[in-house]
Write a protein that binds this ligand. Sequence first.
Ligand SMILES: C[S@@+](CC[C@H](N)C(=O)[O-])C[C@H]1O[C@@H](n2cnc3c(N)ncnc32)[C@H](O)[C@@H]1O
Length: 231
Amino acid sequence: MKLKLKLKPALTQKPREMVNKVTTAVRRKVRRRPHGAKPKRKGPPEALVGFGRFVANPRRFGGFVSGPALAAAITAEIDPAAGPVLELGPGTGVFTRALLARGVAEADLILVEADPKLAARLQSAFPQALVLACKAGSVTATMLQGRFAERRPAAVVSGLPLLNFHGDEVESIIAAAFALCAPGAALYQFTYAPRCPVRDHIKARLGLVARRTARVWRNVPPAFVYRIETC
Ligand SMILES: C[S@@+](CC[C@H](N)C(=O)[O-])C[C@H]1O[C@@H](n2cnc3c(N)ncnc32)[C@H](O)[C@@H]1O
């Protein structure tokens, strides 16, 4: 019996043309990222950028760039439908990306970053977010005009190294954050110590309570997440 082999036109093309076709198809598929998938990151890896900023200012940067397990744990209770999210000390954007992966709209993000270089990097990575290049304790409601005037943040995620800060600074940061938020908002804070980094007397003065929501062993170093809210 004689076999008649019908080759598809693509298979009869030269190898170089075929490689080009496959590359274009793959690129198209990668660009069409499904909702909730990891957003694209440009430039050097976060750990490298974080290390550079840590060398520039160790006390302010705090130490380590958080890993994906901590990013998932600190954003786990965020409801994207509840309203905008205020992020304090986003640094290289590890928690920011986790918030986007949870379905928070980029335009619903307010990112407060004191390091001007990191703030500029965040603005180019997340062009629809409101990026404020200033200290977290100095943010006032007038800085959240426009789309955030009516829709106040429903939650706060903090990557600030609070253990490095004086008590007065911690109190002014936490007070300013809750003053910006809608009633009932919760603030999520991570720490490497097994107790809440906002001390009891500060919480009592501000009328706040805290509870631990996660222990994250798969982070370097292992970390804890606290949810802080009004009593
Ligand atoms: C440890 S890094 C955390 C970055 C990221 N969220 C993470 O977990 O990898 C802390 C970030 O907080 C910023 N930061 C420190 N003090 C701040 C302040 N008072 N207001 C706003 N940002 C501050 C630092 O510049 C740094 O980018």
